[in-house]
Structure formats: structure tokens, C-alpha cells
Design a protein around this ligand. Sequence first.
Ligand SMILES: Cc1cc2nc3c(=O)[nH]c(=O)nc-3n(C[C@H](O)[C@H](O)[C@H](O)COP(=O)(O)O)c2cc1C
Length: 328
Amino acid sequence: MKIGEILVDPPVLLAPMAGVSNRAFRAISRSQGAGLCTTEMVSANALAHRSAKSYWLMELDPGESPVGIQIAGSDPELMAEAAHQAEQHGADLIDINMGCPVPKVVKNGDGSALLNDEEGAVRVVQAVVQSVKIPVTVKMRAGWDHDAITAPQLAQRFEQVGAKAIALHARTRSDQYAKPANWQFIRQVRERIAIPLIGNGDVNTPEDAQRMLETTGADGVMVGRASFGDPWIFRRITYFLNNGRHLSPPDAQERAHMALWHLDRMVEIKGEAVAVPEMRKQLAWYLKGTPGSAEYRKRTQGLKLKSEAQALVQEWFDHARNEELTWT
Ligand SMILES: Cc1cc2nc3c(=O)[nH]c(=O)nc-3n(C[C@H](O)[C@H](O)[C@H](O)COP(=O)(O)O)c2cc1C
């Protein structure tokens, strides 16, 4: 799949996720075959106020590519300025957030609120397209609620003003995350646009990815929550799509190694005091699924020091390896 001149191969993408898709997790996802990663959402308004956190969110690893920087906002001028800065930070593409359902965001008319404001949304996309040389994409939900499925019409307008791809999260704003995603919405957008379309929502297995591509006409799939503690999912999806067979899931050694690598990178970029508490959930995900692992997952909750986290992963590994030896 090509987005403008950017080759996205394989067309299996990591979803932008606040609090998750930071530099560490993007590096891990890339190493496991994600064809494109996108940063956490950066608020154009916060950038205009020179917020240090926003600049930090836009930082990319040296040589990180292809990578999108996602910006959020509804003021065309601020969004154009944010896009310009993101381009200067080295983004290969700019992604505009039109999906975020969080009240703090939508009350400013940002994120999924734009789905209810066709002319405002088109002005934002147009302003961003005109402010940068790199491709601009839009990640959106299907609409505000089930009485207002606006994505097909909006996507068509965005293509007309120069958007180079659309990613559709197949839920409405009012669904939040409660209902299963409805992939029909992806098909409805497909019928209206010729630019690449990326389907998103509840792709949890390689079979899901194949079914989404086959039933919706999407050109690529985007994976969010299923990558938590399982970045290998990108490789497994691609392998299955290409070969019709499954790659074996990672063993305890690979999982322990990945958990420690993730921890290391997080400590490098955020410092121990911030990184270790943030890694508690992530570590618990890496340690999931082996018999007896609940006890180790529970113990991630109190972690403060990197050395404690490392010791816990090692202890889990010794336990899990014994279990593996017992199974085989
Ligand atoms: C913790 C979390 C943070 C998210 N942050 C963002 C974000 O910053 N920008 C965005 O466009 N979507 C965000 N999303 C939505 C995801 O990109 C994705 O659309 C959604 O999780 C559905 O995909 P999934 O079923 O594969 O998880 C977030 C989702 C989660 C779970």
C-alpha cells in the first residue's frame, strides 16, 4: 500500500494510542513487522502554547520511518501550524485525529466532534494539506452516533481536498468501546473513496485481519489493543495473509526478552520514576496467558524500581519455562 509516495509494507499498522504508542512501543512494533506506526495524539492547541509535553510527544527515534505524527484540533490555523512543526520533526506523514471520544477533547470541538461539523472538518484537512509537503491522512470514527454516520460523506470530501488515506475505526463516538466494531462502516467508506483505506476496530487475530480485508475492501488493517503485550501480532498477521498458515506464538523466553527490552527503552526515554509505574500494565500484559501467571501479573502493580521489575520478569520466566518444559 502506498500513501502518497510513502510505501507501507506490509499494510499492517500500529494504531495511534495515547499512553502507549510512544517511541519505545513504536520501535518494538516496527521490529515485529508493523508497516507504519503513528505517535500518540498531539494537541495543536497545547503546541500553540509551547507545551513541553507536546514537543516530547513529537520526538522520533533517529531513522524511525515510516512514521506518522498525529495531531488533534479544530482550528485550521493552529492545525496547519502543528502540521508544519510535525513535518519539521521528521514525520513521514501527518495524521489528523477525528476519532477521540474523550469529553475534554470533544468539548473543544476537536477529535470526534469534527464528525458533526462537515464544513469545519473539511477546512481543517484543507489547511493541513496546504501547510505541508508530506501526505496527510485522517483517522476517524464512523460518526457521532448511529443516527449520524457521517464518515462516508466526510471521507469523500477529505479526498477531494487532498487527503492521501483514511483510517476508519468502525465505531461511532457514542459507542465508545462498548460495542463490537461494525465493519460495514468500512465498506460504506470504501464505496466513496479511491485513496487507500485502512480498517480498524477489533482486529485481534490474523483471521480477523483477513476477514476485514476480504469483507470491507480495505487496503490495510490497523491494530490497537491486540498489540498490548503482543507486538508479535504484526508478524503473525502478515505471515498468515501471505501464507495462509500460522506462525507459532512467542515462547516464554521471547516474551521475557521483549518485556525487558520495552522496560529498558521506557526507562531510557522517560526515566525510572515515570517509566516503571507506566510499565506496570504493559508488563502484566507480557506475562499473560501462562498457567499460574496471575500471581506475577498482580505483583506488577507495586513496581517502582527497574531492578524490581527486572527481577519479577526473571522470576516469571523461570516459572513459565518450567511450565513449558512440563507441557512438552
Ligand atoms: C489506550 C488507548 C489510547 C488511544 N489513543 C488514541 C489516540 O491518541 N489517537 C487515536 O486516533 N486513537 C486512539 N485510540 C484508538 C485506537 O487508535 C483504535 O482506533 C481503537 O483502539 C480501536 O482499535 P482496536 O480494536 O484494534 O484496539 C486509543 C485507544 C486506546 C485503547
